[in-house]
Design a protein around this ligand. Structure first.
Ligand code: GLY
Length: 348
């Protein structure tokens, strides 16, 4: 399991962890945003003095086989060996793709994640999922590969735009729903429109701890880790749909909408309390709005859900809740039930 380091001194934390790993050659991976916004903030880490810097394009469309092969090429040309290390600095795209490049180069070299967005801190960079998009499907190709360490420095969040803070916060809200009443209520009280960064840092740590506890129990998603997919079966379909029609939405926004539709299914199928659905939905609609989808798009949305990685046969697998903190794995819904949930999402 990755070592999670909470710090406001990333250069020192990075130098410490690199001195433990003692790689023969260090590479960094950043994208066209983080290479000039974030990498300079850690470049004075002593351990990076001789590092080679690999830069890729920013954005989910760059999470591709093409970009991956460019990273492999850069590692190859830079004469990386099995004892080299890759330091991934960026959001989920960089840590997912970088982690996969590291997991596959010479059958696996060490990697360290330095997530710079809220979404990557509380989700992507933690838990060992790595991969790329393929054939229009998100994270279709990948591997479970733990990073040696994840360095969490919430100072990076102070310059993050409101839309990306909201996106990451959707995953935190999901973790609170999985965890229990106190955490969930605290998340619904958080002033998301005008974030208090000190409180956010406390919530980030709690959120990572919820995810780590689940991942420790089930690293390869055979059972309880499926809980982390709450909101994602419908959320991923919405995200792919918006990507396919050329109007991409941030992952967390799609997950927030997915939570609305899947909590509606939870009420129907697992007796999740109505008033807790209402309370959660009010918060989500206030901060994330509603998706602009039509009934005529339901067929293609359901088709996208059929591609979900949790499905083991033709049925669509959901993680639902019977209450906040009460997880119901391997729930199935019919097309009609899913359409009803999408109606609820559109009309609230
Ligand atoms: N993002 C869900 C997981 O890591 O399992």
């Amino acid at each position: 399991m990755s070592h999670i380091i909470y710090t406001h001194d990333t250069p020192t934390a990075l130098s410490d962890i690199l001195s433990q790993i003692a790689p023969d050659h260090i590479f960094t991976l950043s994208d066209s945003n983080t290479s000039h916004l974030c990498l300079p903030l850690i470049a004075d880490a002593k351990a990076l003095e001789e590092a080679e810097h690999i830069r890729i394009e920013a954005g989910d469309t760059a999470k591709s086989l093409f970009t991956l092969s460019m990273v492999w090429e850069a590692l190859c040309n830079g004469r990386a060996t099995r004892r080299s290390a890759l330091v991934c600095v960026g959001g989920g795209m960089v840590t997912d793709l970088g982690g996969f490049a590291a997991a596959t180069f010479k059958r696996g070299i060490a990697h360290i994640n330095i997530p710079t967005t809220l979404l990557s801190m509380v989700d992507a960079a933690v838990g060992g999922k790595t991969g790329i998009n393929f054939e229009g499907f998100k994270n279709e190709i990948g591997a479970f590969a733990d990073s040696r360490a994840v360095i969490i420095d919430t100072n990076f969040l102070r310059t993050q735009d409101a839309e990306n803070i909201r996106s990451g916060y959707a995953e935190m809200l999901k973790h609170s729903l999985l965890n229990g009443e106190d955490m969930w209520r605290r998340h619904l009280r958080f002033p998301l429109a005008t974030p208090d960064y000190d409180e956010l840092s406390v919530l980030v740590r709690q959120s990572i701890e919820v995810k780590q506890a689940i991942v420790t129990e089930d690293p390869c998603e055979k059972g309880i880790r499926k809980a982390l997919n709450l909101g994602h079966t419908i959320g991923h379909a919405l995200e792919s749909h918006y990507m396919n029609v050329g109007h991409p939405v941030l992952h967390g926004k799609a997950v927030a909408w997915g939570l609305v539709a899947e909590l509606y299914l939870a009420v129907k199928k697992c007796a999740f309390p109505q008033e807790k659905l209402r309370h959660t939905v009010t918060f989500i609609f206030e901060h994330y709005g509603k998706p602009d989808i039509q009934c005529s798009q339901y067929d293609s949305l359901v088709e996208l859900m059929q591609h979900d990685k949790k499905n083991t046969d033709s049925r669509i697998n959901f993680t639902l809740l019977s209450d906040v903190g009460q997880i119901c794995l391997d729930q199935y819904a019919t097309k009609e039930e899913i359409e009803e949930a999408l109606d609820f999402l559109r009309e609230g």
